[in-house]
Design a protein around this ligand. Structure first.
Ligand code: PMP
Length: 420
């Protein structure tokens, strides 16, 4: 195996050699040594239509023969316009503008900068951001700053800007969380509140109720605080609805999208905002410009992939797949509730998560590697977050493949518990 490549989130001194993948089709990954692995995590949650989906591949090919890229300042093109118009139509809220970037982290960076500069342009003295404890919004510095402090960002702790964190609300703490939130809001210096709606991914697939988020957003808005919904993971059908924000009554002012947007074919980040925000930048004063952009902003291939992905996602067939996979997850969740070595089985839409107890329940839990290795040896890609196991497959996964994953997960639970 080549030693030239440095892999992400990998301690290469301890990790086994990466597995070489030759191809993928649907939920299946084909390895160089002839094995088949079911991708139960949609390859870091991006692959919603399965691997090598022909319609998206064709859209990229066609676009590449017409226009592969063009500078996005001073120029525009049809795929970017089509995608922006489609997103404005389907995203819950009253969004008015779409800003392109390259990935989930940059979608969040853009959202943070937009929110801060909104207040700056209007002459408000509001610079503070509130976020949820344990949040994960990406690996760039702004995104790390609004994320929970952890081993991931420890080496950079003194370079991260100061954020007020509130606990993730639940039945027993909700009132105190709301009080804490309000005490921060009453200081009058809060610019924005950022959250992963209903499902905190990297924190360990933590789920919380829509009514709590509605209350938080309502309070934030009463204080002129912009609400940023990070739907990078939850967007595009993951939680059963097209967007997790469809579960709430309140609406966000800014929304971040990425991951599933191109079906896993091309990197793309999107930040949507309301007209109120855009108007704070739209001025004859050049100093009010949003000075942000990347070389690949609005890349036509990415936009073409996203347009094709969206068409597939909105098709009756794919909507049926989402309902089918969600029903499987809900059934499996009920089954897991009957297994005593399984803690907190929970499910929202196509996502299922639970914990297996271990001596060390954090991200670096030794049990994590045992689960990962066992699943891979049995032909399933799971990527536990510490002792949190989750399933988040492509929507096209077949019923037989889901059954196969269920069998491996049940065997894995027994293996971890009994050492069999
Ligand atoms: N926000 C959320 C909610 C995420 O789950 C992630 C990635 N796991 C990101 C932002 C960052 O996205 P990316 O990895 O594409 O930078």
């Amino acid at each position: 195996m080549s030693s030239a490549v440095w892999h992400p989130f990998t301690q290469e001194a301890l990790a086994p050699e990466p597995i070489k993948i030759l191809s993928g089709k649907g939920a299946k990954l084909y390895t160089e040594d002839g094995r088949v692995i079911l991708d139960a995590v949609s390859s870091w949650w991006v692959n919603i239509h399965g691997h090598s989906e022909v319609k998206i591949a064709e859209a990229i090919y066609t676009q590449a023969t017409e226009l592969e890229h063009v500078i996005f300042a001073g120029f525009t093109h049809a795929p970017a316009i089509q995608l922006a118009e489609s997103l404005l139509r389907i995203c819950p809220g009253s969004f008015n503008k779409v800003f392109y970037s390259d990935n989930g982290s940059t979608a969040v960076e853009v959202a943070i900068k937009m929110a801060l500069q909104f207040h700056y342009n209007l002459g408000h003295d509001k610079k503070k951001i509130i976020a949820l404890e344990g949040a994960y919004h990406g690996d760039t510095f702004g995104a790390m700053s609004v994320g929970g402090r952890s081993a991931f960002n420890g080496p950079f702790a003194d370079k991260l800007f100061d954020v007020d964190f509130i606990p993730v609300p639940n039945e027993s703490n909700f009132e105190s969380v709301l009080n804490l939130f309000q005490s921060y809001l009453e200081k009058g210096d809060v610019a924005a509140f950022i959250f992963e709606p209903l499902l905190q991914g990297t924190a360990g697939m933590k789920m919380y109720k829509a009514e709590y988020l509605d209350s938080l957003i309502r309070s934030a808005k009463q204080h002129g605080v912009l609400c940023i919904a990070d739907e990078v993971m939850t967007g595009f059908g993951r939680t059963g609805h097209l967007f997790a924000c469809e579960y709430i009554n309140e609406t966000a002012d800014v929304m971040c999208l990425s991951k599933g947007i191109t079906g896993g074919f091309m990197p793309l980040g999107v930040t949507l905002c309301t007209s109120k925000i855009y108007q704070a930048f739209h001025s004859s004063d050049r100093m009010k410009t949003f000075f942000h952009g990347h070389s690949y902003t609005g890349n036509p291939l990415s936009c073409a992939a996203a347009n094709a992905s969206l068409e597939l996602l909105l098709s009756k067939e794919r909507q049926h797949d989402i309902t089918r996979v969600s029903a499987f997850m809900s059934r499996f969740c009920e089954e897991l509730k009957t297994i005593h070595s399984v803690s907190s089985p929970r499910n929202i839409g196509t996502v299922l998560a639970f914990e297996l107890e271990s001596d060390n329940n954090n991200y670096f839990s030794g049990i994590r590697d045992k689960i990962y290795d066992y699943a891979i040896q049995n032909g399933v890609l799971l990527r536990p977050l510490g002792n949190t196991v989750y399933l988040m497959p492509p929507y096209v996964i077949s019923d037989d493949e889901l059954e196969n994953i269920r069998t491996v997960v049940l065997k894995m639970i027994k293996y971890i518990h009994d050492g069999e």
